[in-house]
Design a protein. Structure first.
Length: 124
């Protein structure tokens, strides 16, 4: 038995879980594309929403500890509450009770200041 596995911290265990996932998460209603990135809380994937054909980004929570789930729920609430702000990407869908809790946002193909029609600041 490898004692190193038994002694992993929560963060290193979560990172190992994210790194060891070779498959795309299954999510009915969405055709997942490629993984955009991963961090200590989870992964972000590109996808197409089946019902609309809209390109989206899906953020999955990979470690479902109560602390992280609570943080993820607060992030979801902030997105929902600020959804009409021009500098915040909107919220399309969410499910915190899914095997890997997630929320769905429009996929931006360029930086937010350039994407927003009125710009958020002067310059580039």
């Amino acid at each position: 038995m490898n004692d190193e596995t038994l002694l992993q911290t929560d963060d290193s265990l979560s990172n190992a879980q994210v790194a060891s996932r070779d498959e795309k998460p299954a999510l009915p209603g969405y055709e997942l594309g490629r993984r955009l990135g991963a961090g200590s809380f989870g992964e972000v994937w590109t996808a197409i929403q089946s019902s609309t054909g809209q390109a989206v980004a899906i953020k999955f929570l990979s470690d479902i500890s109560l602390t992280r789930l609570h943080y993820f729920q607060r992030e979801l609430e902030r997105l929902r509450d600020a959804s009409d702000h021009p500098g915040v990407v909107g919220l399309i869908d969410a499910d915190l009770e899914h095997a890997h809790p997630y929320f769905v946002m429009p996929l931006l193909t360029r930086s937010l200041p350039r994407w927003h029609p009125h710009g958020l600041h002067q310059g580039t």
